[in-house]
Design a protein around this ligand. Structure first.
Ligand code: TXA
Ligand code: MG
Length: 362
């Protein structure tokens, strides 16, 4: 058997190869033969299949344990390759392409019949993007067709921004992981649906919505319709195994809250949890936190985004009881960071932790 179905990463047989002309060529040939290949992009690593091979695409859903209702992004190596996938390319879409491709903007438009239903999860639209990464572009060119690829993580987990992170999630079920180093951007593409001369923001991402607004009117969705409009945007996505809670108060105030919680724990004889903190610029001034990961000391949201998923993965390995994540400013790429943190926390704050731990210890 070529694929190791049901294998855990400890039984991994995936090869990790530095992305070079020759490994990219090999990978392209593997895709042509219906295999899956994980590859780097500027945002996060993708798990790729030939977009026109239904069995290979089907395999993506199995390997990721991804529900079939969640459509995939089709990756192209040039704008001209996108046009035959879409029924019609309105001017608004052309303007976005001109401004942002290659780059982390995914554009959703009505699809042509030739685009497989399994790729779009039965929707009559297809999401397309042209990555800004030489290895990804080289791979698509070598295959000679677009590549359907979600992020190369298990469904619901944190996206991988390194080959190693792919290996940890999927090492048992892919044959080849092309290693292009750490993803430069580190957070997924912005997804917009073009309609009526403007667009709808389906997923905040690496391209700040403010930049899109300079070109087109953008309609932002409220929380609820997200899931319906873009099926992958379910809550409780991007979750580490350790519970993650969002801090919405300033860090001095949180340090004070911790002291109060500490008292509550003591009174109820509940052991104090091992807390990991994911902070934006500075440590939370509190001795009650076991570990800290700082996203950007100089307060640069782009740097923070590029460190986000690796920092979450790192804390997730530290045997902590809970990770608390500090809020970042909700502007520019910060909107995407906060979107991922809100999903990872399932909308929960720190206060509930005490009750949960009490229940557990009762
Ligand atoms: O940066 C990225 O976008 C990475 C790299 C690998 O390109 N890919 C990625 O794919 O994040 P994935 O599958 O993890 O997320 C794709 C998102 C999902 O939320 C999905 O629901 C949405 O795009 N999507 C895909 N096709 C869609 C469609 N036709 N209509 C609405 N949303 C769509
Ligand atoms: Mg994903």
């Amino acid at each position: 058997m070529f694929y190791g179905a049901g294998m855990s990463p400890s039984q991994s047989h995936a090869r990790i190869e530095p992305a070079t002309d020759s490994t990219i060529a090999q990978a392209g040939d593997m895709l042509r033969h219906g295999h899956l290949v994980a590859f780097p992009t500027e945002t996060v690593y993708g798990l790729g299949a030939d977009a026109f091979n239904p069995r290979a695409v089907c395999r993506i859903f199995e390997v990721k344990k991804r529900p079939r209702f969640d459509p995939l992004i089709v990756h192209v190596s040039a704008p001209a390759e996108a046009e035959p996938l879409w029924a019609r390319v309105p001017r608004a879409a052309l303007r976005l392409i001109e401004e942002f491709w290659p780059g982390p903007l995914t554009i959703v438009l009505p699809k042509r019949r030739r685009v497989l239903d399994i790729v779009t999860a039965g929707l009559d639209t297809v999401a397309v993007r042209m990555p800004d990464h030489e290895a990804a572009l080289g791979l698509i060119r070598r295959l000679g067709r677009p590549i359907a690829a979600p992020s190369a993580n298990l469904f619901g987990r944190v996206s991988p921004s390194s080959a190693r992170a792919v290996w940890e999630d999927l090492g048992g079920s892919v044959d080849l992981i092309l290693d292009g180093g750490s993803s430069a951007v580190g957070i997924e593409s912005t997804v917009v649906k073009v309609e009526g001369g403007g667009c709808v923001l389906l997923r905040p991402g690496a391209v700040p919505v403010e930049r899109i607004e300079e070109i087109l009117p953008v309609r932002r969705l409220k929380k609820a319709p997200f899931a319906r409009e873009s099926p992958g945007l379910t809550e409780s996505h991007y979750a580490p195994r350790t519970p993650l809670r969002l801090i919405t108060v300033p860090s001095l105030r949180f340090a004070k809250d911790l002291r109060r919680f500490r008292e509550l724990h003591r009174r109820n004889r509940i052991p104090w949890p091992r807390i990991g903190a994911l902070v934006y610029r500075r440590k939370i001034p509190s001795g009650l936190i076991a570990r800290t990961a700082v996203l950007s000391r100089r307060g640069d949201l782009v740097e923070a985004a590029s460190n986000l998923f690796q920092a979450i993965r790192k804390l997730d390995k530290m045997n902590l009881d809970v990770i608390v994540a500090e809020s970042v400013p909700e502007r520019a790429i910060g909107l995407a960071i906060m979107d991922r943190l809100k999903r990872a926390s399932g909308g929960l704050g720190f206060a509930g932790i005490h009750r949960e731990r009490k229940r557990k210890s009762d």
